[in-house]
Design a protein around this ligand. Structure first.
Ligand SMILES: *Cc1c(COP(=O)(O)O)cnc(C)c1O
Length: 237
């Protein structure tokens, strides 16, 4: 896919994000676009990262697999872009933690205190920004903490010295039913609102939710970060 096309797609998606924010009575700059770059080439990633930078946006690059991040992160870091943040948005296995820590700046997919403890032990010389992933739809195919346990997980993670909880992440319900999709997002918002009142969770304001198919609903429910891939790069092969 060519560079000009990616630039145009990002511009158009940012406009749609902005419109969704305004329609919800929110400020467009309060919703970040995070790129879901799984399966994309380094050239595609570079074009997208430069477009975000040119349009005055933070460069948030989300990978699902450590193995892919080991290719895209060194490449992106080598471009010396201002404002680059690489994130993990896929499930993280314990045996990949050390590798992940070399290539990601944030992990959005903490779903248990046990996983958080394993990461906490391996983080050196920094506090790692993390989000708690919650399985708001209850679908068996999705990872994430049970919504009823999400606050307890967040509290447990907040107690770990090397981790800094910056918010919550979810994947919307897989259904054409907009009411059900919105509920997965409003449930996450309610968990976040409760967390913000608790010690150690004062910074947990991010709501990473919404993808190409449902980002407008997520923004209406308070998303601060939408994760999008196919709207920008086209369908995955
Ligand atoms: C792939 C992916 C996205 C983006 O999906 P699109 O439909 O391509 O926008 C968002 N979040 C996660 C966790 C993903 O794996």
């Amino acid at each position: 896919m060519n560079t000009a096309h990616i630039y145009n797609q990002i511009q158009s998606v940012l406009e749609q994000i902005s419109n969704a924010a305004l329609a919800a009575g929110r400020r467009p700059e309060d919703v970040d676009l995070e790129l879901a770059i799984k399966t994309r080439t380094t050239e595609e990633c570079e074009a997208a990262a430069r477009a975000l930078l040119d349009l005055g946006r933070p460069v948030l690059m989300g990978q699902n697999r450590v193995q892919e991040a080991e290719v895209t992160t060194p490449f992106l870091r080598g471009l010396d872009l201002a404002n680059l943040t690489t994130t993990m948005i896929g499930p993280l296995q314990t045996n990949k933690i050390n590798k992940a820590l070399r290539v990601v700046d944030q992990i959005e997919t903490i779903d248990s205190v046990k996983l958080a403890e394993a990461i906490n032990k391996r983080v050196k010389d920094r506090r790692l920004d993390v989000m708690i992933q919650v399985n708001t739809s209850g679908e068996a195919s999705k990872s994430g903490a049970d919504p009823r346990e999400a606050i307890e997980v967040a509290k447990g993670v907040a107690g770990l010295d090397n981790l800094h909880v910056i918010g919550f992440m979810t994947i919307g319900a897989h259904t054409p039913d907009e009411v059900a999709i919105r509920k997965s997002f409003s449930d996450l918002r309610e968990i976040r609102d409760q967390a913000l009142t608790l010690p150690g969770l004062e910074d947990a304001r991010e709501l990473s939710m919404g993808m190409t198919s449902d980002f407008a609903l997520a923004i209406a429910e308070g998303a601060t970060r939408v994760r999008m891939g196919s709207a920008i790069f086209g369908a995955r092969k």
